[in-house]
Design a protein around this ligand. Structure first.
Ligand code: SF4
Ligand code: SF4
Length: 182
């Protein structure tokens, strides 16, 4: 791996404001992406799915950071990609991973299980990225059936671009808290 500093050659346009929309339709899908759901149902398969980054970084099939009892990184250090999943960003809209409702997908054992919508299931991860108040606003809005639009924190936007680059280069991420924004 190179270093933990964003490369200036990436040409990040730090002045552009990027907005994301949270789709109420997708955000309200029920999925038990919780500790209980992981232990009893999906076994955290998204951390050892060879077609997913960062599981497949450096030619591996299981994530470098996966330990015996789950991810060894705290939420402060996990990649943005992992904190968002099973939500993904499609054309600036946060939607549920499209394969989640399909048999054989990593999430399927938890899809439609439990009582929590996906945004509530992964609330602590979303709070890590966007803060408590914004996540409260997202939940309130989507529970009224209204899509929620917000300005993406610049750091989140930069990190996602950085992770996209690492994905293409088949590299694993550094713990997030060790990264330096440049
Ligand atoms: S960094 Fe952690 S959460 Fe992300 S894929 Fe690896 S083990 Fe899973
Ligand atoms: S994202 Fe899917 S596979 Fe990963 S822990 Fe949540 S439900 Fe399980």
């Amino acid at each position: 791996m190179e270093n933990n500093i964003y490369q200036s050659s990436l040409n990040f346009d730090v002045e552009t404001i990027v907005k994301w929309k949270v789709s109420a339709k997708w955000a309200l899908k029920v999925i038990n992406c919780t500790y209980e759901g992981i232990i009893n149902n999906c076994k955290g398969k998204c951390c050892c799915t060879p077609s997913f980054w960062p599981c497949n970084a450096e030619g591996k099939t299981v994530c470098y950071y996966l330990g015996k009892t789950g991810c060894t990184l705290s939420n402060k250090d996990k990649p943005v990609t992992c904190l968002l999943f099973p939500l993904t960003v499609v054309r600036n809209t946060l939607v549920l991973y499209w394969r989640a409702p399909q048999p054989h997908s990593c999430c399927y054992p938890n899809y439609g299980k439990g009582s929590l919508s996906v945004v509530k299931s992964i609330k602590p991860c979303l709070e890590e990225l966007f803060g408590v108040d914004l996540v409260l606003g997202i939940i309130k809005s989507v529970e009224q059936g209204i899509d929620f639009e917000f300005i993406v924190p610049k750091e989140v936007e930069l990190l996602l671009k950085y992770e996209h680059k690492l994905n293409i280069e088949h590299k694993r991420p550094f713990p997030r808290s060790e990264l330096k924004l440049q």
